[in-house]
Design a protein around this ligand. Structure first.
Ligand SMILES: Nc1ncnc2c1ncn2[C@@H]1O[C@H](COP(=O)(O)OP(=O)(O)OP(=O)(O)O)[C@@H](O)[C@H]1O
Length: 363
């Protein structure tokens, strides 16, 4: 088989799951290569865990197929049981066996000799920096250390696929970043295909080679984090990653008029309402000079005036809210570092027009 024909490590096609007549997973398809991390990202209740449970084999789909390395694992009539799917699991409420030592926990699922079990446990614990704890019991370890043991345990049978459901959400921020990076390194090294479920966009951006954004049981957009962030499929996809500003307008002659000048709306029928959506970080700010702002430019368009309504320091940036002169709408801008103008200060706002998106107002 040539390299170009190597099947994905995990491939799910058109998975559907219904509960009580309600479709909670709606034709979800994904493929993940060895060593690739894909994040299933979406709000609570959108069907992420249900998708993971079907892949793990603890739930069965109503429609669709699951393949591992090109071989069928499950469709609506054929089903390989969970323990024969070569799938590792890591969940937030992972539980180590309290009556077993750390080493025994790690080698629990292995069917090898005692000495081989110990060798595997030693190697994996060493890899997560915990070899010296091999004969300790879980209650001697901190939450972060227990998490690393759980990772070593999940990796011990050398699964082809690792499914992770919010695995880091029980850890405090200080520990989380280190353990995330360590986990990623280990999984990539092992060549596992990783499907990680999270509702935190930052976690997805930090971990993922690819993000599948899920809403109401469907994948609404899929791609590299950079593309998902910078070319959102719709207003909801954009709002999931950051605060947004929205200008409502109506299309006339493929153009739409706003206080910041015209925007193109090709192919949109006259009279249709659209939203011009942009992030606070793409709003430029200028001081008011005797009632005048900066000159319009091609990139920034026409400036519009507002007055400062609130300004907050956020650590690495400042968030400034403006009450716009034209319609008293509130628009938000973020500025790097400290920028805290007084409430009531008049200022001129411009938009990075290449970072503004025109979406139907009522999709
Ligand atoms: N066994 C079940 N019986 C009935 N409804 C279920 C069952 N399992 C899940 N659901 C429903 O399916 C929907 C999707 O649930 P799921 O747990 O997959 O969402 P999620 O995106 O993982 O959410 P969260 O991030 O909160 O875990 C929810 O409305 C849930 O109530």
């Amino acid at each position: 088989m040539s390299a170009s024909h190597v099947p994905p490590r995990l491939e799910i096609r058109n998975l559907v799951r219904r509960f009580d007549g309600q479709t909670v997973v709606d034709h979800v398809s994904l493929s993940i290569a060895p060593g690739q991390v894909t994040c299933l990202l979406g709000p609570s209740g959108c069907g992420k865990s249900t998708t993971l449970r079907m892949i793990a084999g603890v739930d069965t789909q109503d429609e669709g197929t699951i393949h591992v390395d090109g071989s069928l694992v499950c469709d609506t009539v054929f089903r390989i049981p969970p323990e024969r799917r070569s799938i590792g699991l890591m969940f937030q409420d992972f539980a180590l066996f309290p009556h077993m030592s750390v080493g025994e926990n790690v080698s629990f699922g292995l069917r090898t000799s005692a000495s081989e079990k110990r060798a595997t446990a030693t190697r994996l614990l060493d890899r997560v920096g915990l070899a010296h704890y091999i004969d300790f019991y879980p209650h001697h370890l901190s939450g972060g250390e227990q998490q690393r043991v759980a990772l070593a345990r999940a990796m011990a049978p050398e699964p082809k696929i690792m499914l992770m459901d919010e695995p880091f959400s029980g850890l405090d921020n200080r520990l989380r970043d280190g353990i995330r990076d360590e986990t990623l390194d280990l999984l990539k090294e092992a060549g596992a295909a990783v499907l990680l479920v999270t509702h935190e966009p930052e976690e997805a951006m930090r971990m993922a080679d690819e993000i599948a954004l899920m809403r109401d049981g469907r994948i609404v957009q899929q791609g590299a984090p950079y593309n998902i962030f910078n070319a959102p499929a719709d207003k909801g996809a954009m709002a999931f990653f950051s605060d947004i500003n929205v200008l409502r307008s109506r299309v006339q002659g493929a153009l739409t008029e706003t206080p910041f000048g015209q925007f193109m709306a090709p192919g949109v029928a006259d009279g249709t309402e659209v939203d011009i959506v942009f992030r606070p970080q793409h709003v430029g700010i200028d001081f008011d000079r005797g009632g005048k702002g900066p000159h319009p430019t091609v990139i920034a368009g026409t400036p519009a005036r507002g007055v400062v309504r609130r300004a907050r320091f956020m650590g690495s940036e400042s968030l400034v809210e403006f009450l716009m002169d034209h319609d008293q709408q509130v628009l938000k801008a973020t500025v790097p570092n400290v920028f805290l103008p007084k409430v009531g200060t008049p200022m001129w706002l411009t938009l990075r027009r290449d970072r503004c998106f025109v979406f139907p107002a009522n999709p």
